[in-house]
Design a protein around this ligand. Sequence first.
Ligand SMILES: [Zn+2]
Ligand SMILES: [Zn+2]
Length: 329
Amino acid sequence: MPSDTELTLTPPAYLYQDARRFLRFLRVAAQKHSVTVTVSISTAGTFRLSIPANQSAGLDAFLQEITFQHGLYYYLCAASNRRDVARLIVKPIIEGLLHSQYDVAYPVQIQKHLLEGTPDWAGGAFLEGTAQQYEILLQKHKLKMITPYEFVRDLDDLLTEFMLQQLEHPKGQQSPKFNVLVGMCGQKDVLRTKEARKLFNRVHSLRTKGLHRLEREIPDSEVTEIAQEVYYLFQWLDDYWRAQDEKTVLLSGRKYRRIRYGKEPIPKGAPIDFRTLWEELITRPCGDCGVIQGELHLDGCDLERCPRCGGQFMCCECRLTQDDLRNAE
Ligand SMILES: [Zn+2]
Ligand SMILES: [Zn+2]
Protein backbone atom coordinates (compact mmCIF):
# COMPACT_ATOMS: atom_id res chain seq x y z
CA MET A 1 0.00 0.00 0.00
CA PRO A 2 1.50 3.37 -0.95
CA SER A 3 1.39 5.84 1.91
CA ASP A 4 0.03 9.37 2.00
CA THR A 5 2.28 12.21 0.99
CA GLU A 6 3.15 14.21 4.13
CA LEU A 7 5.28 17.31 4.27
CA THR A 8 6.13 19.80 6.98
CA LEU A 9 7.49 23.31 6.69
CA THR A 10 8.57 25.77 9.34
CA PRO A 11 9.14 29.11 7.62
CA PRO A 12 10.92 31.97 9.35
CA ALA A 13 8.46 34.21 11.17
CA TYR A 14 8.65 37.06 8.65
CA LEU A 15 7.47 34.72 5.89
CA TYR A 16 4.57 33.23 7.84
CA GLN A 17 1.89 35.11 5.91
CA ASP A 18 3.60 34.29 2.62
CA ALA A 19 3.57 30.60 3.52
CA ARG A 20 -0.15 30.75 4.30
CA ARG A 21 -0.85 32.51 1.05
CA PHE A 22 1.13 30.03 -1.00
CA LEU A 23 -0.49 27.00 0.60
CA ARG A 24 -3.92 28.47 -0.04
CA PHE A 25 -2.95 28.95 -3.69
CA LEU A 26 -1.65 25.38 -3.87
CA ARG A 27 -4.80 23.93 -2.33
CA VAL A 28 -7.10 25.71 -4.76
CA ALA A 29 -4.96 24.89 -7.80
CA ALA A 30 -4.78 21.21 -6.80
CA GLN A 31 -8.56 20.97 -6.51
CA LYS A 32 -8.81 21.30 -10.29
CA HIS A 33 -7.08 17.94 -10.53
CA SER A 34 -9.27 16.44 -7.78
CA VAL A 35 -6.31 16.50 -5.42
CA THR A 36 -7.18 17.29 -1.82
CA VAL A 37 -4.37 19.09 -0.03
CA THR A 38 -5.02 19.24 3.69
CA VAL A 39 -3.07 21.90 5.57
CA SER A 40 -2.83 22.30 9.32
CA ILE A 41 -0.77 24.77 11.31
CA SER A 42 0.70 24.09 14.73
CA THR A 43 1.01 26.78 17.37
CA ALA A 44 4.79 26.66 16.87
CA GLY A 45 4.28 27.87 13.30
CA THR A 46 4.85 24.56 11.54
CA PHE A 47 2.70 23.87 8.50
CA ARG A 48 1.72 20.28 7.87
CA LEU A 49 0.58 19.23 4.42
CA SER A 50 -1.03 15.96 3.53
CA ILE A 51 -2.28 14.36 0.28
CA PRO A 52 -4.00 10.94 0.25
CA ALA A 53 -2.03 8.11 -1.37
CA ASN A 54 -4.86 7.21 -3.77
CA GLN A 55 -4.61 10.65 -5.41
CA SER A 56 -1.13 10.04 -6.73
CA ALA A 57 -2.16 10.12 -10.40
CA GLY A 58 -3.95 13.44 -9.91
CA LEU A 59 -0.98 14.85 -8.02
CA ASP A 60 1.23 13.84 -10.89
CA ALA A 61 -0.94 15.64 -13.44
CA PHE A 62 -1.15 18.65 -11.15
CA LEU A 63 2.62 18.91 -10.71
CA GLN A 64 3.18 18.62 -14.42
CA GLU A 65 0.67 21.29 -15.21
CA ILE A 66 1.81 23.74 -12.58
CA THR A 67 5.45 23.35 -13.66
CA PHE A 68 4.93 23.43 -17.37
CA GLN A 69 2.44 26.25 -17.44
CA HIS A 70 4.89 28.28 -15.35
CA GLY A 71 2.22 28.65 -12.67
CA LEU A 72 4.75 28.92 -9.87
CA TYR A 73 6.88 31.39 -11.73
CA TYR A 74 3.93 33.69 -12.29
CA TYR A 75 2.84 33.21 -8.71
CA LEU A 76 6.28 34.32 -7.53
CA CYS A 77 6.40 37.29 -9.88
CA ALA A 78 3.52 38.73 -7.91
CA ALA A 79 5.05 38.05 -4.48
CA SER A 80 7.08 40.53 -2.52
CA ASN A 81 10.27 38.95 -1.10
CA ARG A 82 10.27 36.88 -4.27
CA ARG A 83 13.66 35.23 -3.77
CA ASP A 84 13.04 34.37 -0.14
CA VAL A 85 9.57 33.03 -0.83
CA ALA A 86 10.95 30.92 -3.67
CA ARG A 87 13.86 29.57 -1.66
CA LEU A 88 12.28 29.04 1.73
CA ILE A 89 8.67 28.22 0.93
CA VAL A 90 7.87 27.25 -2.63
CA LYS A 91 11.04 25.29 -3.34
CA PRO A 92 10.94 22.98 -0.28
CA ILE A 93 7.26 22.21 -0.81
CA ILE A 94 7.44 21.55 -4.53
CA GLU A 95 10.68 19.63 -4.02
CA GLY A 96 8.98 17.44 -1.42
CA LEU A 97 6.02 16.80 -3.70
CA LEU A 98 8.24 15.98 -6.67
CA HIS A 99 10.36 13.61 -4.60
CA SER A 100 7.20 11.81 -3.53
CA GLN A 101 6.48 11.12 -7.22
CA TYR A 102 9.79 10.89 -9.07
CA ASP A 103 13.29 9.55 -8.56
CA VAL A 104 15.43 11.94 -10.53
CA ALA A 105 15.40 15.57 -9.49
CA TYR A 106 18.01 17.82 -7.98
CA PRO A 107 16.74 20.70 -5.88
CA VAL A 108 18.64 23.30 -7.89
CA GLN A 109 16.57 22.64 -11.00
CA ILE A 110 13.39 23.49 -9.22
CA GLN A 111 14.76 26.74 -7.90
CA LYS A 112 15.99 27.79 -11.32
CA HIS A 113 12.62 27.08 -12.80
CA LEU A 114 10.89 29.05 -10.08
CA LEU A 115 13.01 32.14 -10.39
CA GLU A 116 13.60 32.28 -14.09
CA GLY A 117 10.53 30.55 -15.47
CA THR A 118 12.76 28.40 -17.64
CA PRO A 119 10.64 27.52 -20.67
CA ASP A 120 10.53 23.81 -19.91
CA TRP A 121 8.59 21.67 -22.30
CA ALA A 122 8.07 24.60 -24.59
CA GLY A 123 10.93 23.23 -26.68
CA GLY A 124 14.24 24.78 -27.54
CA ALA A 125 15.37 25.04 -23.92
CA PHE A 126 18.26 22.60 -24.26
CA LEU A 127 21.58 23.35 -25.86
CA GLU A 128 22.92 19.87 -26.33
CA GLY A 129 21.90 17.93 -29.46
CA THR A 130 20.48 14.76 -27.92
CA ALA A 131 18.59 16.70 -25.32
CA GLN A 132 17.04 18.82 -28.07
CA GLN A 133 15.99 15.72 -29.96
CA TYR A 134 14.46 14.42 -26.80
CA GLU A 135 12.33 17.54 -26.45
CA ILE A 136 10.88 16.90 -29.88
CA LEU A 137 10.17 13.27 -29.07
CA LEU A 138 8.52 14.35 -25.85
CA GLN A 139 6.25 16.78 -27.67
CA LYS A 140 5.16 13.98 -30.00
CA HIS A 141 4.27 11.89 -26.98
CA LYS A 142 2.41 14.72 -25.30
CA LEU A 143 0.44 15.48 -28.45
CA LYS A 144 -0.26 11.75 -28.85
CA MET A 145 1.27 11.73 -32.32
CA ILE A 146 2.94 8.41 -31.45
CA THR A 147 1.86 5.42 -29.37
CA PRO A 148 3.45 4.77 -25.97
CA TYR A 149 5.40 1.90 -27.49
CA GLU A 150 6.70 4.05 -30.33
CA PHE A 151 7.83 6.58 -27.76
CA VAL A 152 9.74 3.88 -25.86
CA ARG A 153 11.27 2.54 -29.08
CA ASP A 154 12.47 5.96 -30.27
CA LEU A 155 13.69 6.86 -26.81
CA ASP A 156 15.67 3.64 -26.60
CA ASP A 157 17.36 4.53 -29.92
CA LEU A 158 18.05 8.03 -28.71
CA LEU A 159 19.57 6.87 -25.42
CA THR A 160 21.77 4.37 -27.24
CA GLU A 161 22.97 7.09 -29.61
CA PHE A 162 23.56 9.42 -26.66
CA MET A 163 25.69 6.88 -24.78
CA LEU A 164 27.77 5.99 -27.85
CA GLN A 165 28.43 9.68 -28.39
CA GLN A 166 29.40 10.27 -24.78
CA LEU A 167 31.74 7.28 -24.85
CA GLU A 168 33.22 8.46 -28.17
CA HIS A 169 32.50 5.12 -29.72
CA PRO A 170 33.93 4.98 -33.27
CA LYS A 171 31.17 5.05 -35.89
CA GLY A 172 30.64 1.85 -37.87
CA GLN A 173 32.12 -0.40 -35.20
CA GLN A 174 29.97 -2.97 -33.45
CA SER A 175 28.60 -1.36 -30.30
CA PRO A 176 28.42 -3.01 -26.88
CA LYS A 177 25.08 -4.16 -25.49
CA PHE A 178 22.78 -1.55 -23.97
CA ASN A 179 23.36 -2.52 -20.33
CA VAL A 180 27.13 -2.60 -20.90
CA LEU A 181 26.94 0.93 -22.32
CA VAL A 182 25.00 2.02 -19.25
CA GLY A 183 27.72 0.60 -17.00
CA MET A 184 30.45 2.34 -18.99
CA CYS A 185 28.59 5.64 -18.80
CA GLY A 186 28.34 5.12 -15.06
CA GLN A 187 32.09 4.74 -14.78
CA LYS A 188 32.67 7.82 -16.92
CA ASP A 189 30.39 9.86 -14.66
CA VAL A 190 27.94 10.58 -17.46
CA LEU A 191 25.20 8.61 -15.71
CA ARG A 192 26.41 9.23 -12.23
CA THR A 193 23.43 8.18 -10.15
CA LYS A 194 22.06 4.70 -9.67
CA GLU A 195 18.61 6.10 -10.48
CA ALA A 196 19.75 7.39 -13.86
CA ARG A 197 21.23 4.03 -14.81
CA LYS A 198 18.11 2.23 -13.64
CA LEU A 199 15.98 4.56 -15.73
CA PHE A 200 17.95 3.87 -18.90
CA ASN A 201 17.75 0.12 -18.32
CA ARG A 202 14.03 0.37 -17.66
CA VAL A 203 13.46 2.01 -21.05
CA HIS A 204 15.49 -0.68 -22.73
CA SER A 205 13.70 -3.56 -21.05
CA LEU A 206 10.30 -2.13 -22.07
CA ARG A 207 11.52 -1.87 -25.62
CA THR A 208 12.86 -5.42 -25.63
CA LYS A 209 9.60 -6.76 -24.26
CA GLY A 210 7.77 -4.90 -27.01
CA LEU A 211 9.65 -6.87 -29.63
CA HIS A 212 7.09 -9.58 -28.89
CA ARG A 213 4.03 -7.92 -30.33
CA LEU A 214 1.77 -8.88 -27.43
CA GLU A 215 3.61 -6.72 -24.95
CA ARG A 216 3.34 -3.47 -26.83
CA GLU A 217 0.49 -2.25 -24.69
CA ILE A 218 2.45 -0.08 -22.30
CA PRO A 219 0.20 1.97 -20.01
CA ASP A 220 0.21 5.68 -20.78
CA SER A 221 0.86 6.52 -17.13
CA GLU A 222 4.05 4.46 -17.08
CA VAL A 223 5.38 6.13 -20.21
CA THR A 224 4.49 9.58 -18.90
CA GLU A 225 6.42 8.88 -15.71
CA ILE A 226 9.47 7.69 -17.64
CA ALA A 227 9.21 10.67 -20.00
CA GLN A 228 9.27 13.03 -17.03
CA GLU A 229 12.27 11.41 -15.39
CA VAL A 230 14.26 11.35 -18.62
CA TYR A 231 13.40 15.02 -19.01
CA TYR A 232 14.85 15.82 -15.59
CA LEU A 233 17.96 13.88 -16.42
CA PHE A 234 18.57 15.73 -19.67
CA GLN A 235 17.79 19.00 -17.97
CA TRP A 236 20.38 18.26 -15.33
CA LEU A 237 22.99 17.26 -17.91
CA ASP A 238 22.29 20.37 -19.94
CA ASP A 239 22.66 22.62 -16.90
CA TYR A 240 25.75 20.69 -15.93
CA TRP A 241 27.52 21.21 -19.25
CA ARG A 242 26.52 24.85 -19.28
CA ALA A 243 27.89 25.36 -15.75
CA GLN A 244 31.24 23.73 -16.58
CA ASP A 245 31.62 26.14 -19.52
CA GLU A 246 31.08 29.22 -17.37
CA LYS A 247 34.41 29.40 -15.63
CA THR A 248 34.28 33.08 -14.78
CA VAL A 249 31.69 35.58 -13.62
CA LEU A 250 31.53 39.34 -13.97
CA LEU A 251 30.87 41.12 -10.67
CA SER A 252 30.91 44.90 -10.31
CA GLY A 253 32.82 45.22 -13.56
CA ARG A 254 35.53 42.71 -12.65
CA LYS A 255 35.97 39.19 -13.89
CA TYR A 256 36.31 36.51 -11.22
CA ARG A 257 37.12 32.82 -11.45
CA ARG A 258 34.18 30.85 -10.05
CA ILE A 259 34.93 28.70 -7.00
CA ARG A 260 34.83 24.99 -7.68
CA TYR A 261 33.12 22.52 -5.37
CA GLY A 262 35.64 21.40 -2.76
CA LYS A 263 37.98 24.37 -3.36
CA GLU A 264 36.20 26.75 -1.00
CA PRO A 265 38.62 28.56 1.30
CA ILE A 266 38.19 27.37 4.88
CA PRO A 267 37.65 30.37 7.15
CA LYS A 268 40.71 31.42 9.17
CA GLY A 269 40.54 30.11 12.70
CA ALA A 270 37.93 27.50 11.89
CA PRO A 271 37.96 24.69 14.47
CA ILE A 272 39.79 21.53 13.49
CA ASP A 273 36.48 19.57 13.64
CA PHE A 274 35.09 21.81 10.94
CA ARG A 275 37.96 20.99 8.64
CA THR A 276 37.56 17.23 9.15
CA LEU A 277 33.81 17.43 8.67
CA TRP A 278 34.21 19.51 5.55
CA GLU A 279 36.76 17.18 4.03
CA GLU A 280 34.41 14.28 4.62
CA LEU A 281 31.46 16.17 3.17
CA ILE A 282 33.10 17.04 -0.12
CA THR A 283 33.79 13.40 -0.91
CA ARG A 284 30.06 13.25 -1.68
CA PRO A 285 28.24 15.08 -4.50
CA CYS A 286 26.99 18.60 -3.78
CA GLY A 287 23.69 18.18 -1.94
CA ASP A 288 21.96 20.90 -3.91
CA CYS A 289 23.15 20.47 -7.48
CA GLY A 290 24.89 17.09 -7.65
CA VAL A 291 28.34 18.07 -8.96
CA ILE A 292 31.43 16.34 -7.58
CA GLN A 293 34.69 17.73 -6.20
CA GLY A 294 36.55 19.98 -8.63
CA GLU A 295 33.48 20.77 -10.75
CA LEU A 296 31.57 24.02 -11.05
CA HIS A 297 28.18 24.22 -9.34
CA LEU A 298 25.02 24.46 -11.42
CA ASP A 299 23.40 27.84 -11.84
CA GLY A 300 21.58 28.88 -8.68
CA CYS A 301 23.15 26.29 -6.36
CA ASP A 302 22.76 27.11 -2.67
CA LEU A 303 26.27 25.95 -1.85
CA GLU A 304 28.34 27.92 -4.33
CA ARG A 305 30.63 30.53 -2.71
CA CYS A 306 30.99 34.01 -4.17
CA PRO A 307 34.52 34.62 -5.50
CA ARG A 308 34.27 38.31 -4.64
CA CYS A 309 33.00 38.35 -1.04
CA GLY A 310 33.19 34.68 -0.03
CA GLY A 311 29.48 34.66 0.89
CA GLN A 312 26.68 32.53 -0.52
CA PHE A 313 26.75 33.30 -4.22
CA MET A 314 23.03 32.74 -4.68
CA CYS A 315 22.10 35.71 -2.58
CA CYS A 316 25.14 37.83 -1.74
CA GLU A 317 25.27 41.55 -2.43
CA CYS A 318 27.72 41.21 -5.32
CA ARG A 319 25.18 39.32 -7.34
CA LEU A 320 22.30 41.56 -6.37
CA THR A 321 24.20 44.57 -7.62
CA GLN A 322 24.63 42.83 -10.89
CA ASP A 323 20.92 42.06 -11.17
CA ASP A 324 20.09 45.65 -10.31
CA LEU A 325 22.43 46.92 -12.99
CA ARG A 326 20.79 44.66 -15.52
CA ASN A 327 17.33 45.86 -14.53
CA ALA A 328 18.41 49.47 -14.81
CA GLU A 329 19.55 48.98 -18.41
ZN1 LIG B 1 26.18 22.72 -5.89
ZN1 LIG C 1 29.53 38.14 -3.13
